[in-house]
Design a protein around this ligand. Structure first.
Ligand code: SAM
Length: 234
C-alpha cells in the first residue's frame, strides 16, 4: 500500500512512522509513505495557498489552483490512486471502512487547514470524504493519520499476529472482552479466576458474558443493533 499525504505540514505526520508497527511495515515494504505539499504547486509569486472566503466569514480558505495541480499530477502518476478528503462534516470513519480501504493499492489523504478547502476541489477530486468525529481539529493531518493507522492494521503482514484482528471490538456487534496480564494479583485486584484455570470452553462463555456486560455499559446501541439483526434473520 502506498499512502500519499497531501498536506502543508508533513512534519506533523512524519514522526508517526518513526517507531513501532508502522515503522516495521515500511521496513518490510508493506507500506510506502509519500508527501505532496500543495504550496509546491502554487503559481502565486509568494507561494500563497489560501485566501479570504467569498461571501464573507472568518478565516482563510485553501485555494483551488495549488490543489487542482497537485492532485492532477498525482493522478497522472498513478491512475489508481484513491483520493480521500478529511472534513468534519462527512460521514464518520468506521472499522468497515478501514477493512474496505485496506484492499486499495494507493490512497491519498488530503488535509485541509484554516477554514477548510474550496468546495470545488472536493467536488472534483474526492473518491471519498470522511470525518473522524463531531469536533473541529485545526487541520486534517491527525485525522489522516487516524485513518492510515486503522487501515494499515488490516493489511496482511502489518500486524505480527493476524488473529488480533478477528477478536477485536467492532468486528462483531459485541465489544472485545476485558483483557488481563501478569501478575494475577496487583494492588489487591485479581484477574477473574476462570481466566486462569485453562478450561477454554468456560473461558469462552465467560468472555462472551463479559463482552455483553461491557457492550451494555459502554455501547448499548450496539446490542440493540445485534438484537434487531437477530430478529430480522429469524
Ligand atoms: N470551517 C470548517 C467547518 O466548520 O466545517 C472546519 C475547518 S478545520 C478548522 C480545518 C481542516 O481540519 C478541515 O478542512 C479538515 O481537513 C480538518 N478537520 C477538522 N476537524 C476534522 C474532523 N473532525 N474530521 C476530519 N477532518 C477534520
Amino acid at each position: 500500500m502506498t499512502y500519499t499525504f497531501v498536506t502543508l505540514f508533513s512534519n506533523l505526520i512524519d514522526g508517526y512512522f518513526k517507531d513501532s508497527i508502522l515503522k516495521r511495515a515500511i521496513e518490510k515494504n508493506l507500506l510506502e509513505i509519500n508527501y505532496v505539499n500543495p504550496r509546491d504547486y502554487s503559481v502565486n509569486k509568494h507561494s500563497k495557498v489560501d485566501d479570504t472566503a467569498f461571501g464573507g466569514g472568518a478565516g482563510m480558505v485553501m485555494n483551488p489552483q495549488p490543489l487542482f495541480d497537485a492532485l492532477d499530477d498525482l493522478k497522472s502518476k498513478d491512475e489508481n490512486v484513491h483520493i480521500v478528503f478529511l472534513t468534519p462534516v462527512a460521514k464518520q470513519f468506521v472499522q468497515n471502512d478501514a477493512k474496505r480501504l485496506a484492499t486499495k493499492s494507493h490512497i491519498a489523504f488530503v488535509s485541509g487547514r484554516y477554514e477548510g478547502i474550496d468546495e470545488r476541489v472536493i467536488e472534483k477530486y474526492a473518491d471519498e470524504v470522511f470525518s473522524i468525529g463531531d469536533y473541529i481539529l485545526t487541520g486534517g493531518e491527525l485525522a489522516s493519520l487516524v485513518l492510515c493507522d486503522a487501515i494499515s492494521r488490516n493489511i496482511e503482514g502489518v500486524l505480527g499476529n493476524s488473529d488480533s484482528l478477528t477478536v477485536e471490538s467492532f468486528e462483531t456487534p459485541l465489544l472485545e472482552a476485558p483483557s488481563f496480564s501478569k501478575p494475577k494479583d496487583y494492588d489487591s485486584l485479581s484477574v477473574p479466576s476462570e481466566y486462569l484455570k485453562g478450561n477454554h470452553s468456560i473461558i469462552r462463555s465467560l468472555k462472551l458474558a463479559l463482552s455483553e456486560c461491557k457492550t451494555k455499559f459502554f455501547r448499548p446501541e450496539q446490542l440493540l443493533k445485534q438484537r434487531r439483526r437477530k430478529s430480522y434473520e429469524k
